[in-house]
Design a protein around this ligand. Structure first.
Ligand code: PRP
Ligand code: MN
Ligand code: MG
Length: 181
């Protein structure tokens, strides 16, 4: 980890802060969805870490499915052009759906995904995101659970990548501009 530490200007959110915030939000999810079977939909690949931690923290029955979409490629800016790389295995009709994301940046990925998934007839659909960048929003999205609002800087770790690297960092850090410029 030490070599990677040099690529960060600071650790924005520690492993422990993530753990306690995810646990706190899990209690809210349990209350809101008591008596329901919830289908968690993770957005690959960024959401793998938050999905793993949130799903195991929840004390209500959940199932998981995954969708892979990509809008960033290897750049640091969202293109807004979303491609489905892997679709769900599950039929959404009548399902209680909670989308699990690592970050809402411009919001373009989720806004596209929401309308795509809504058209499949779920009973309800809400969003859980670990991170959100309010200053970067290009579309308004109604998000039910937000872990942390963060400044408009390029962050990596806990699932978030730059060019597929840094996903395995346990916390979230700000990537040094020298790495991508
Ligand atoms: C990242 C991130 C979100 C999305 C947010 O995914 O994981 O899914 O971008 O950006 P937006 O709000 O500006 O649309 P990415 O497309 O990089 O794919 P990845 O999850 O495989 O890294
Ligand atoms: Mn993603
Ligand atoms: Mg990415």
């Amino acid at each position: 980890l030490t070599d990677v530490q040099d690529d960060l200007t600071e650790i924005l959110i520690t492993e422990e802060q993530i753990r306690s915030r995810v646990a706190e939000l899990a209690r809210e999810v349990e209350r809101d969805y008591a008596g329901k079977d919830v289908l968690l939909i993770g957005v690959l690949k960024g959401a793998v870490m938050v999905m793993a931690d949130l799903s195991r923290e929840l004390r209500i029955p959940v199932t998981m499915d995954w969708m892979a979409v990509s809008s960033y490629g290897s750049g640091t800016q969202s293109s807004g052009v979303v491609r489905i790389l892997k679709d769900l295995d599950t039929d959404l009709s009548g399902k209680t759906v909670l989308i699990v994301e690592d970050i809402i940046d411009s919001g373009l990925t989720l806004s596209w995904l929401l309308s795509n998934l809504r058209s499949r007839g779920p009973e309800s659909i809400e969003i859980f995101t670990l991170l959100r960048k309010p200053e970067a929003a290009r579309v308004e999205i109604d998000v039910k659970y937000v872990g942390f609002d963060i400044p408009n800087q390029f962050v990596v770790g806990y699932g978030l990548d730059y060019d597929e690297r840094y996903r395995t960092l346990r916390g979230v850090g700000i990537l040094a501009p020298a790495v991508y410029s």
